[in-house]
Design a protein around this ligand. Structure first.
Ligand code: 2AM
Ligand code: CA
Length: 265
């Protein structure tokens, strides 16, 4: 592997350290204390413990960096030049149900641009890594998006709507519209892994509305460095923190974008 920025080394070390307790927690899932955070959204003690370890490890090297996390919120708010964007467990619902489809996701952002990212599924021992200009990797192997040319032959992945969504009908009709034009669609429950799977060609494309930045920050650079496209679509001025994301191989991007933008609802 030829990725060697100090930030990548820091993130991968932090992920490996945090994953030890995460793997233990996953093994004892039934004993975990579960708190309700809201409809369709849960937080576990494992989530908090994982995040604490990640923050401690990253802060050892750069106490001055800004940090945006799912559980703690924003640390060092004034530093917007260098920021870690952290999701300690993406795919919390899977984790809680004993489904091994979840990941730690960490992106490093410099002057508003994601420079590198890591998505680590500790159960499958799959670490997806990318650094701007240096390609994307799964463990030690270079990865690329699929070469599927036609959207009608494509296998896509999506997610949502979340329990509290106010646009459920819109999301369902969009799903129907897309599914009528592709080979099939999966719903795996981790935005970070959905993007990582597009990056390594397991899926040809992914779209989802109403995500948070930490769900997809690392995925953005991993898909792009794997030769794919990743964009936000339909930014909502009333919900500036929510992201609608579209990530595909290099062939079907325009077609999927058009399908999503067709107003059938
Ligand atoms: P999480 O597991 O960290 O909560 C599942 O479709 C994807 O949507 C996961 O990446 C999940 O992240 C995210 N998700 C679940 N509930 C959400 C919410 N209320 N707001 C934004 N994203 C959510
Ligand atoms: Ca998440």
């Amino acid at each position: 592997m030829r990725l060697n920025s100090p930030q990548i080394n820091l993130i991968t070390k932090a992920c490996l350290k945090a994953s030890r307790s995460l793997i233990r927690d996953f093994g004892e899932i039934e004993n975990l204390q579960v708190l309700a955070k809201g409809p369709g959204d849960f937080v576990t003690s494992a989530d908090k413990r994982t995040e604490k370890i990640l923050i401690e490890e990253l802060q050892k090297a750069h106490p001055e960096y800004g940090i945006v996390t799912e559980e703690t919120g924003v640390i060092n708010k004034s530093n917007i030049e260098n920021r870690w964007i952290i999701d300690p467990i993406d795919g919390t619902m899977n984790f809680l149900n004993g489904v091994p489809q979840f990941a730690i996701s960490i992106g490093y952002e410099e002057k508003g641009e994601i420079k590198c990212g890591v998505i680590f599924n500790p159960i499958m021992n799959e670490m997806f890594i990318a650094e701007k200009g240096n390609g994307a990797y799964l463990n030690n192997s270079r990865i690329r998006v699929s070469n599927k040319k036609k959207i009608k032959d494509s296998l896509l992945v999506t997610g949502g709507p979340k329990g509290a969504s106010k646009i459920k009908d819109k999301i369902y009709s969009e799903y129907i519209n897309v599914s009528n034009n592709v080979s099939n669609i999966r719903k795996f429950g981790s935005a970070a892994l959905d993007m990582a799977y597009v990056a390594c060609g397991r899926f040809d494309g992914y779209w989802q509305r109403e995500l948070n930045y930490w769900d997809i920050a690392a995925g953005l650079i991993i898909v792009k460095e794997a030769g794919g496209f990743a964009d936000f679509f339909e930014e909502d001025v009333n919900l500036p923190l929510k992201k609608n994301i579209l990530a595909t191989n290099s062939n079907i991007h325009k077609e999927l974008s058009e399908l999503i933008n067709q107003k059938t609802y």
